[in-house]
Design a binder for this molecule. Sequence first.
Ligand SMILES: NC(=O)c1ccc[n+]([C@@H]2O[C@H](COP(=O)([O-])OP(=O)(O)OC[C@H]3O[C@@H](n4cnc5c(N)ncnc54)[C@H](OP(=O)(O)O)[C@@H]3O)[C@@H](O)[C@H]2O)c1
Length: 333
Amino acid sequence: MLGLGNVGRAVAERLVDEGWRRLVAERGYEPPELVAVGVRQPGRRRGIDLPESIDLSDDLAGLVGRDDVEVVVELLGGLEPAGSLIRTALAAGRSVVTANKALIASGGAELEVLTRQSGAVLRFEAAVGGGIPILAPLVRDLAANRITSVTGILNGTTNHILTAMTRDGADYAGALAAAQRLGYAEADPTADVEGHDAVAKLVILVRLAFGPWLAPGSVARTGISAVSPAEIAQAASRDEALKLLCRAHRATDGTVTASVAPTSVARGSAIGATDGVTNIIEIEAHPVGTVAFRGPGAGGPATASAVLADVLAISRGDGSSWASVPNGVGVGG
Ligand SMILES: NC(=O)c1ccc[n+]([C@@H]2O[C@H](COP(=O)([O-])OP(=O)(O)OC[C@H]3O[C@@H](n4cnc5c(N)ncnc54)[C@H](OP(=O)(O)O)[C@@H]3O)[C@@H](O)[C@H]2O)c1
């Protein structure tokens, strides 16, 4: 495992917990063994006591190359060194699980080529919707459907801010500052409030729902930093709520359009009633109709649920996150 931050710690806690290991064993899995963890400073205290047998190292490339490593779980975040380490692991035929939406959205097509050529497995359920199971149900349980649209709230930080502006009448700056104090927004909130994080997640959903890898820069994007209390009040007067809405649609001729923008939606709708840091994704598909997935879009323990589900899926032989949907890059099997 690479990284021992919010998500890494929550994953490691379960991997070494006897109760969790018994639970997965009872479900027929061989509990995965955590053999090594890569961090910047192995000596630093991190609020988790790992057994001495687990190698804590700052030589991340060395860990990825170890003979006894079958699955690399990347929880560093950022494009580098995460990207190089993942490419090395995939090229050597090792399976990779990652929660890194920025990396998958910007480099997904290249990673898909590499993965298909090497026969490795790459899974990234935690990259979209945190703990919400969405990618696996999309490709597996909706396989009999033609998906026409994907709509939802994919960023908890901005939904928390918009909810606070609606409930408390706060202005954007005040709601952002409060979210930062509560730990719901980062010190540099740009990726969240300007919609880049939501775009990355929508790019991943589009690949699995519709086929192509969109360039993140090609998705129409408006953040929430210019949303005014007057706009919120206007929406409320129509019994609507302003949400940072992610939308992707496939027309009958196959054209895909995608956008992320503050949008007014009926307060009584499933999306309009989704407040705070909760995420929701609605899929419209034929013949099923509309199905919705709602739950915790972030947080260490919730995200660990998705990361560990991917590790177990690999042991089950499920293949990559795109397995069973048409090849997005035109190579391999
Ligand atoms: N947090 C969430 O709720 C959430 C939800 C969904 C997806 N994700 C994704 O999960 C990933 C991890 O997020 P997080 O919140 O756990 O991040 P985090 O708390 O910042 O943890 C990152 C960890 O990676 C380590 N790290 C980063 N760069 C490194 C480097 N160059 N060499 C060695 N170690 C390095 C950090 O080490 P130090 O401790 O030494 O700095 C830290 O242990 C990201 O891709 C994020 O987008 C997070």
